[in-house]
Design a protein around this ligand. Structure first.
Ligand code: PLP
Length: 434
């Protein structure tokens, strides 16, 4: 498969080049030159396949022959070591739990797959590679976890100093070894900007082999398509129309879902659910894209003011804005609404949902009220485990949330990070000297 930049159809790359570079030389994002359609036979028998078998079929069609089938199977088996169960909470609503990975967020799928893929691709390369990751909280820990102690790879995490939770900060700063955390005096958008600047800076790229692991890396996106297929497999005996509600920030998850649909998955509608950071919703409503600084909310992994993957979405719809707004319904909600949704889901369905999933719940409720369509099978992507946000949840449900063991082990570890300003020169200095 050939990949090319969303900014320029003639700037192409092999899969390996696209993964190692992360972002194209012109600042565009890599996309496959075409989206392969999966066979009828695959969809007819999908309910008989395991999660890893589904993942293999999907990945092999996108990557084609640049990674041998055996090696691809290995990568999948080593990275997707946990399940994505679909929990039905009512006649029309189910929850796709994406938090069963080691860092309790859906980003484990993308980050782990990417880590194994990258270390496979650079195995004959004797130059060390440095992965730069801007994180609003969850990406960083998932990536760090995926790359932890992987030979030949150093990871530099940039996180917004005062905008991540205590648990998130512990996850980012306690690993050590080949993982370095930079505590940036700024927002997530500042972190993302610093990373983008470094990629465009020849002085840095000449000295260091750098790559990105944000949702802009194509190897992060591919595995995020897997669970759309998996949840379809779980529902394939039902005839109702499948609607996915996707709690959205940088729009990677939504982009992956749209790709799955292009590959033939019969999805009726996507719901893009936002908190107060609703730049993409405005775009859906008006056709005008106006990035703004992000604001802090309870669903903090969605606090993104300039979502990168919008370039891929525009590209997928071939700039047909009308078709885009037909396929994607958008809605945005406040923190107050989020809290009452957490309470409602707990009281009505006896399910503890996290603030990100709660935004997804609100959006699908709004969609159902407006369309009056009850012949749907609504699937809410639950992107993080509620224990990561116990501070905001426990108050409204009046109950303590059990913290999974894999998080508890962090509490007594020492946090280590390097404070830096949001000024690019300081970051550059760090990169050139480290
Ligand atoms: C990253 C993240 C999101 C947003 O996903 P995007 O792919 O950036 O749109 C939602 N919820 C959680 C818990 C996340 O970590």
């Amino acid at each position: 498969m050939i990949f090319y930049s969303t900014n320029n159809n003639s700037l192409s790359a092999t899969f390996s080049e696209a993964v190692i570079k992360g972002i194209a030389d012109d600042g565009g994002l890599y996309m496959p030159s075409y989206i392969p359609e999966l066979s009828k036979n695959f969809f007819e028998n999908i309910d008989k396949l395991s999660f890893n078998e589904i993942a293999f079929e999907v990945a092999k069609n996108i990557i084609e022959d640049e990674i041998s089938h055996n090696e691809l199977l290995n990568i999948i088996e080593e990275s997707i070591t946990f399940n994505a169960p679909v929990i039905r909470i009512s006649k029309v609503l189910s929850i796709l739990e994406l938090f069963h990975g080691p860092t309790l967020a859906f980003k484990d799928f993308g980050a782990r797959f990417m880590a194994k893929t990258l270390s496979h691709l650079i195995r004959n390369n004797n130059k060390n590679i440095t992965i730069l990751v801007a994180t609003s909280g969850d990406t960083g820990s998932a990536v760090a976890n995926g790359f932890y102690k992987v030979d030949g790879i150093n990871v530099v995490l940039l996180y917004p100093g005062n905008k991540v939770s205590e648990i998130q900060e512990l996850q980012l700063t306690t690993l050590g070894e080949n993982i370095t955390a930079l505590k940036v005096d700024g927002t997530f958008d500042d972190c993302q900007r610093l990373v983008k600047e470094a990629f465009l800076d020849n002085e840095v790229t000449n000295k260091k082999k750098i790559s990105s692991a944000n949702s802009i890396n194509i190897a992060r996106l591919i595995p995020q398509t897997f669970y759309y297929f998996k949840s379809f497999a779980d529902k394939s005996k039902e005839s109702s129309k499948i609607v996915f509600s996707v709690p959205s920030g940088n729009l990677g998850n939504l982009t992956a879902g749209l790709m799955a649909k292009e590959m033939g998955l019969p999805i009726f509608k996507f719901i893009a659910a936002f908190n107060a950071n609703d730049v993409f919703l405005n775009y859906l409503n008006t056709g005008v894209f106006e990035p703004r600084p992000s604001v802090k909310t309870l669903s903090n992994a969605m606090d993104v003011g300039n979502p990168s993957n919008i370039a891929r979405i525009i590209h997928l719809f071939k700039r047909n804005y009308h078709k885009m707004s037909e396929n994607i319904y958008g809605a945005a909600f406040s923190d107050l609404q989020t809290l009452s949704a957490i309470k409602e889901v707990y009281e009505k369905y006896d399910y503890i949902i996290d603030p990100h999933g709660a935004v997804g719940y609100l959006a699908i409720q709004k969609y159902m009220r407006e369309t009056n369509d009850d012949d749907i099978s609504g699937i809410i992507l639950e992107t993080a485990h509620p224990s990561k946000f116990s501070d905001s949840i426990e108050g409204v449900i009046g109950k303590k949330i059990e913290v999974p063991k894999r998080l508890l082990t962090l509490i007594n570890k020492e946090k280590k990070s390097i404070p830096i300003s949001k000024n690019y020169d300081e970051f550059k200095q760090f990169l050139l000297e480290s």
